[in-house]
Write a protein that binds this ligand. Structure first.
Ligand SMILES: Nc1nc2c(ncn2[C@@H]2O[C@H](COP(=O)(O)OP(=O)(O)O)[C@@H](O)[C@H]2O)c(=O)[nH]1
Ligand SMILES: [Mg+2]
Length: 245
């Protein structure tokens, strides 16, 4: 059970708590506020524009939605394009997908002023109850965008090989600290002369023991390795809830 959890007191970020008091705890205790298992597991999906975040959300929904109740919040700067794309792909019922329009600063809406996202998440989870898994796709901007631990329990950072094999070496908090680093578009590696072994080595140097997944989402089961990781997180979330009872 997470040491900071108190079942009698909802731990809401708007009452001034931050994730800072989690510092130094083992990663498995880093669930966002609230009792593990009493709500959906929330997973953030961040990374630069075009790296494949929406494609990953779509693939994960295709792989998991038969067995898990899923909702998705997308963040776009001025449009609801990602949400519309997911609806067109019909990976979930329309009412399970909601867009937050973030205005100028997409990273602010997932890291600093998370209230619009948290409202969207809570409303979506309530309207589609019971929800087991919530994805929050960030509006991509650059390598620095990460999610507040008050918004999501786990975060996946997606980069792609098309930017060249230097990207993991450049580091940044997404590459370095995300719970899972996805290096996408491996199908394009040869075309852009990106060396996957170099990306793997540099990413490991930045991340230590944290996991890395190479994907090609143009392949039908390209996201299976990520779906397996999500399944393991979900199992951890559920067993944390049992341990808590
Ligand atoms: N070749 C290739 N294209 C991909 C892959 N994943 C995504 N794409 C394409 O990359 C573009 C951007 O993907 P999208 O999911 O919208 O990126 P986002 O901005 O991070 O959400 C789209 O045209 C996708 O079809 C991949 O693994 N391989
Ligand atoms: Mg997108």
């Amino acid at each position: 059970m997470p040491p900071d959890h108190n079942p009698g007191q909802p731990h809401h970020p708007s009452d001034g708590h931050t994730h800072g008091h989690h510092d130094g705890l083992p990663d498995d205790t880093l669930w966002a506020f609230g009792a593990p298992g009493t709500r959906a597991l929330r997973i953030g999906i961040g990374g630069p524009v075009g790296s494949g975040k929406t494609a990953l959300v779509a693939s994960l929904c295709r792989l998991l939605a038969d067995s898990v109740s899923i909702v998705v919040v997308t963040n776009d700067i001025f449009t609801t394009e990602d949400a519309e794309a997911l609806r067109r792909m019909a990976v979930l019922a329309d009412e399970r997908i909601v867009a937050v329009e973030t205005g100028a600063c997409p990273h602010t809406a997932i890291r600093d002023d998370i209230s619009a996202n948290l409202d969207a998440v809570e409303q979506l989870e309530a309207a589609n109850a019971p929800v087991e898994l919530t994805f929050v796709e960030s509006g991509g901007d650059n390598l620095t965008a990460i999610f507040s631990r008050a918004l999501v329990d786990r975060q996946i950072f997606v980069i792609d090989v098309a930017g060249g094999d230097k990207v993991p070496r450049k580091g940044g908090p997404g590459v370095t600290t995300a719970d899972l680093l996805v290096i996408n578009k491996t199908d394009l590696a040869a075309l852009v002369h990106a060396d996957l072994a170099v990306m793997d080595r540099d990413a490991k140097a930045r991340r230590g023991e944290l996991p890395i997944a190479f994907t090609s989402l143009v392949e039908p089961a390209g996201a299976q390795v990520v779906a397996d990781w999500v399944g393991a997180q979900l199992a951890g979330w559920r067993s944390a809830s049992h341990a808590h009872r």
